[in-house]
Design a protein around this ligand. Structure first.
Ligand code: HEM
Length: 279
């Protein structure tokens, strides 16, 4: 017996989109799905492009969340910022799992299209740099690859000079009555963060008596969670890179794995790690 295929319009599924906004219209899939343009005939270049684009789309959301976290902490409105920081950690976890897909590409497969990339590299990802700046890893020299794009440069420069999520957290500690050095509250936020004793003492007080400072304690743990997942991203990246290109220089011109290994030493929230030793 031939069964008639089920017709979802019988239960109301909309089937006609003439003059109506459809799923593809709302999500601009015509733009997104026509943006994969391999420059070689190598089969694996599509994987490389999709993996980077998908990462950039997730970074878009991370920036959206971290920007809002800064605003909420500045307004002493911590509960929503906890939810957003938790979401950012889950996104990083998702990006960490995504390396498993890229690892299916062998060095021979990558070599087949590497020349097509020219000097382009994730090193020039302006969204990644924005995330580093929002998280507090400020480095003005990282602005230079964006000088040729005035809009992006101006956008990134604003984030470089604005207080990071950690600067905002330290200002919050001061507002809550902790004795934070004035130099930390007045600091030029575009400069590299340097660990400070008054900040360490404040976090230590909070960790010694969580019940008395529960929301600051929760903020501290959410920040540590974020940095933990970020470190895993850096580690997965460098391991994948070593697996694929060994110790060759990067397309962006750095020493490659050796450069990325240096980045593993970055500490975003130094006093929050230091209190672990003090407790
Ligand atoms: C075959 C896979 C990959 C290889 C061989 C690779 C290689 C490299 C290398 C060698 C660098 C150092 C800069 C340079 O000289 O180019 C770098 C930086 C970077 N890559 Fe990748 N990468 C790969 C995949 C990815 C993916 C999927 C992303 C996700 C967006 C990504 C994002 C980045 C970022 C953000 C940086 C800058 C890191 C920093 O400055 O701390 N990479 N990559």
């Amino acid at each position: 017996m031939i069964r008639t295929p089920y017709d979802p319009s019988r239960e109301g599924a909309q089937m006609s989109f003439d003059g109506r906004m459809s799923y593809g219209d709302y999500l601009r899939l015509d733009t997104i799905l026509t943006a994969q343009a391999p420059l070689s005939d190598a089969h694996d270049e599509m994987l490389f492009i999709v993996q980077h684009q998908a990462s950039e789309i997730w970074m878009r959301l991370v920036i959206h969340e971290l920007t809002s976290v800064c605003d909420h902490i500045a307004r002493d409105d911590l509960a929503p910022s906890f939810k957003m920081l938790a979401r950012v950690s889950r996104i990083l976890d998702q990006l960490n799992s995504a390396w498993d897909v890229l690892r299916t590409m062998t060095p021979s497969e990558y070599t087949a299209f590497r020349d097509a990339l020219g000097m382009s590299s994730g090193f020039q990802s302006f969204q990644y740099r924005a995330i580093e700046f929002l998280a507090g890893n400020k480095n003005a020299s990282m602005m230079r690859p964006h000088a040729h794009k005035p809009d992006i440069h101006a956008w990134l420069e604003k984030i470089l000079h604005a207080p990071s999520i950690y600067d905002q957290s330290i200002r919050l500690l001061a507002r809550k009555g902790f004795a934070i050095d004035q130099s930390m509250l007045m600091r030029d936020c575009s400069l590299t963060y340097e660990a400070n004793e008054s900040v360490r003492a404040a976090w230590l007080t909070i960790y010694r008596d969580p019940e008395a400072h529960w929301s600051l304690y929760e903020l501290a743990e959410k920040l540590v969670d974020f940095e933990d997942y970020f470190r895993r991203w850096r580690f997965n990246h460098v391991t994948t890179v070593e697996r694929i290109i060994g110790f060759k220089t990067g397309t962006g011109g750095t020493s490659g794995v050796n450069y990325l290994r240096k980045m593993l030493d970055v500490v975003l929230f130094p006093e929050l790690w230091a209190v672990r030793t003090d407790l």
